[in-house]
Design a protein around this ligand. Structure first.
Ligand SMILES: [Zn+2]
Length: 855
């Protein structure tokens, strides 16, 4: 009853915005509030909960608090793609502000000993990582106001004994996208009908950042500047506590930790799960009971993955807290009980914020103990581990190796140069081109998370991925060492890159296709007007008295077959050398020492890709965004994003490559489907991923097939109703890592030096091996699992299925990927397969098969 009363009251407030003293709703026991400090409502001119506050207004409010009060300092830690500032604030007493740097240094020095009892406790509150979960930034403003204006004894004590860091808007671009939507559709009187446009955002919605990525997975991956700046700020302070505030379905209640017991991460100290979470839960429960809100714990959410805002800190000896609030998604929305107002959702999160602060100070000793425990457990694990360190690096691809190294440095993992060329795990690890990560280091727990491929869990249903071994995402050669190496040359920042200048050639330039930047280089040359060719067979030539091998897919630029003059070509080549860091070689003869010559028919001219990506309602925004981001940021190459509803009227002839990622393409009508089919038949390339590939197969774009569903019917064994969630949940393909065998002589496999490639699978698209013996570019084997969880029924279908198939259709082709090669912007390894499909797809034909093999 109490809940009902409160909610009705909240809804009542919603329609009675002005004239009601807001503090009495949000701060019933606030005590004296400093009149010189404007409340958010006074500053903004509307009551909190009556409007979605624009990001720039939030930044202004924090700056105003900073200007008016010695308790607050704000800082801009960076900006987003859409030029929104990333503001953070530091709340502590005036006296502490005067010695902030000293506090920080003492705190960091006492890390591994947890010996920081005598200085203020550092905690961090973080809000609004998902842009369309907007209440939390409003709650951040209320919390900021309270910390600045409250003159209560308790607040004074908090400020004297703590340093409270706050990140009010983790995803500014997404927040504004959603806030504009909610504000522009807000009605007066408000409309609570869930079908009203206010509550049904259009694609892609505000959850994501500019490139449609989920920033709440990015803490571990660091793909985005927003995350990079934030992780830097995190390590600058290494707080003891970090909060992460979210929204969930409108009919849910409120969630706080602990999460599901069975999903506790075994690499972290028991003390976190057995003491910290249950202890805090009692504070959250008491505070939430008091305002009459319903809630749940111990269900639905886990923190296994190290890249959530509520989990990253756990891997550095702190405690991350997740809050999930039922969403009003808009200003007020009907639920299956009573309407849920924006103000009500804000208040729950505001209460959670103050409760976190209160609990943290009271439980300070437990937090210090947690940190000591963390380092003790880490040292124990490192000592017990038969692996003493890892060596990694791909001598053929410095760009990809550096990207991985950069990610390790972001996590403050200790890395050293490998000074001796060695053979480890059967792999040659070259001195100077590979790196060493010792297990004996403070951040061993993070080292494990980055390198280890499989950890056994008690449970088999996951909120997200079941493995995240990043060394596989980068598809990097690496070796586990049983003996530690000496730690001599520590890497503090990415080493400078320098390539010798390219000599001018009157005949041809060549470079290998092994570097991650190969496609960026090809596009740069093509954009500059160069004719670019690729070698379908390897060759070797003698350079400076030494034989140099060029593998499948190596790039050839004949000087005298160009439409541009030799000087312009030379300038382009120098730019490739300098910007893409790909060594380009000048040849004076086309006669090669071994393999094909440069004038061979196996050297073919590439078409400049003119690419469109189908986006819009039904399309998986993150997968589409991954491609947009890849081409924009890493290739500096334009891509047209065609809305699915415009496909019918689009002139497709200006594109030679169209991409369809996972999605429900039901909005493409028959006429548009037919148009797309004849476009393929006319010689173009359709690149499809996961359910995009299934759509192409089901709609007759290709003769290629899916693996049929298991037809062997078994008896439906009777099970208890309540078991359904676990049993059926375990069948989902949450995200695991597999090995496929890649045909490195195929254009889609060009530039790979090893047939074994790691792929990420989080879907249930199973491609049958190609109808032609030469068209299965990559295939799963009999025992393909590298790391993570897969259900027995799924592995059965996966075994020996195809990972990439090229279907020849008319003069064109359909390229089918069973898995997403661009997952979360981090799968540098398989990115290359996808980019090969874009760049080499246009000249990829499926060889015809002589009749005796064809029956
Ligand atoms: Zn969320």
């Amino acid at each position: 009853m109490l809940l009902k009363f409160i909610s009705v009251f909240a809804s009542f407030l919603f329609v009675q915005f002005l004239g009601v003293a807001q503090p009495s709703y949000f701060y019933p026991e606030a005590g004296k509030l400093d009149k010189a400090i404007p409340s958010p409502a006074e500053f903004l001119g509307y009551n909190i909960g009556s409007h979605h506050t624009r990001h720039d207004k939030i930044v202004e409010y924090f700056k105003e608090l900073d200007r008016l009060s010695d308790r607050v300092t704000t800082k801009i830690i960076g900006e987003t793609y859409e030029h929104r500032s990333q503001v953070v604030a530091i709340f502590t007493s005036t006296a502490n502000h005067g010695r902030l740097e000293e506090i920080r240094k003492t705190h960091l020095a006492g890390q591994s000993t947890g010996n920081t009892a005598s200085i203020p406790l550092i905690i961090h509150l973080g809000y609004n990582v998902h842009g369309n979960e907007p209440f939390s930034s409003e709650a951040a403003m209320l919390t900021a106001y309270y910390l600045t204006a409250s003159q209560s004894e308790e607040t004074e004590r908090w400020l004297n004994e703590m340093v409270i860091l706050m990140d009010p808007v983790i995803n500014p671009d997404g927040r504004d996208r959603h806030s504009h939507w909610a504000n522009m559709h807000k009605a007066s009187p408000p409309v609570a009908d869930p079908l009203d446009r206010e509550h049904t955002e259009i694609w892609p919605g505000g959850r994501f950042n500019h490139y449609w990525f989920d920033l709440n997975r990015d803490w571990f991956l660091g793909t985005f500047p927003e995350t990079r700046n934030r992780v830097k700020f995190f390590h600058h302070w290494r707080p003891y506590v970090q909060t992460d505030h979210h929204e969930m379905g409108t009919n849910a209640s409120f969630y706080f930790d602990p999460g599901e017991d069975a999903s506790n991460n075994p690499v972290l100290p028991d003390f976190l799960y057995k003491t910290i979470y249950p202890t805090y839960a009692r504070y959250f429960a008491a505070a939430t009971d008091k305002i009459g809100s319903m809630y749940f714990t111990k269900e639905a959410y886990d923190k296994l993955y190290p890249g959530y805002g509520s989990s990253y800190i756990n891997f550095y000896g702190g405690a991350g807290f997740l809050f999930e609030q039922a969403s009003s998604r808009g200003h007020i929305q009907e639920t299956n009980t009573i309407p849920l107002s924006f103000a009500f959702t804000i208040r729950n999160q505001f209460v959670a914020s103050l409760t976190t602060i209160r609990a943290s100070l009271t439980e300070k000793n437990n937090l210090l103990k947690l940190r000591r425990e963390f380092y003790r457990v880490a040292r124990e694990q490192a000592a017990k581990s038969p692996i003493k360190g890892y060596v990694f690096g791909d001598a053929n691809d410095e760009t990809r190796t550096r990207a991985f190294l950069d990610m390790l440095l972001m996590h403050e993992i200790e890395v050293y140069e490998n000074e001796n060329t060695m053979l480890a795990d059967g792999k040659k690890m070259e001195a100077g081109k590979t790196y060493y990560v010792p297990c004996e280091q403070d951040n061993y727990i993070m080292v494990r998370s980055v390198f280890e491929k499989q950890i056994t869990y008690q449970d088999s249903s996951f909120y997200d991925a079941s493995t995240w071994s990043l060394v596989h995402a980068y598809n990097l050669p690496y070796a586990e060492l049983k003996t530690a190496l000496s730690k001599n040359k520590k890497i503090h920042s990415l080493p400078k890159r320098m390539l010798p200048a390219v000599e001018k050639s009157n005949y041809a330039y060549v470079f290998e296709a092994t570097d991650y930047n190969t496609h960026r280089a090809i596009y740069h040359l093509q954009k500059g007007g160069a004719i670019v060719q690729t070698a379908f067979r390897p060759f070797s030539t003698v350079l400076g008295g030494k034989q140099k091998n060029f593998g499948y897919g190596s790039i050839v630029l004949p000087v005298n077959l160009q439409r541009i003059n030799p000087d312009s070509l030379y300038n382009l080549v120098k730019e490739v050398n300098d910007a893409c860091y790909i060594p380009v070689y000048s040849l004076s003869s086309g006669y090669n020492a071994a393999g094909i010559d440069l004038g061979s028919g196996y050297v073919r001219t590439l078409k400049k890709p003119e690419i469109a990506l189908i986006i819009g309602t039904g399309v998986a925004a993150p997968e589409a965004g991954e491609i947009w981001h890849l081409l924009d940021e890493r290739l500096h190459m334009p891509i047209t994003k065609i809305d699915i509803l415009n496909l019918g009227r689009a002139s497709l002839d200006r594109y030679n490559t169209i991409i369809m990622v996972s999605g429900n393409y039901g909005l493409i009508d028959k006429a548009a489907t037919d148009k797309l089919k004849s476009w393929v038949q006319n010689g173009n390339t359709l690149v499809t991923i996961k359910s995009g590939a299934e759509w192409a197969i089901r709609n007759g774009f290709t003769r290629e097939k899916l693996v049929p569903a298991d037809s062997t019917k078994t008896n439906t064994a009777r099970k208890d109703f309540d078991q359904a969630v676990h049993i059926e949940g375990a069948k989902a393909m949450g995200g695991s890592i597999f090995r496929v065998d890649l045909d490195t002589t195929h254009p889609i496999g060009f530039g790979f030096t090893d047939r074994r490639v790691s792929v990420y699978r989080n879907g249930l698209t199973f491609l049958a091996p190609g109808s032609n013996p030469y068209s299965t570019v990559a295939q799963y084997g009999n025992d393909p699992l590298i790391g993570g969880y897969i259900h027995a029924s799924t592995i059965k279908r996966l075994r020996n299925s195809a990972a990439i198939v090229v279907g020849a259709e008319g003069n064109g082709r359909v390229i089918l990927f069973s898995d997403n090669p661009n997952f979360r912007g981090t799968w540098y390894g398989t990115n290359k397969l996808f980019l090969n499909a874009l760049f080499f797809g246009g000249i990829t034909n499926v060889p015809s098969v002589a009749s005796e093999q064809n029956n």
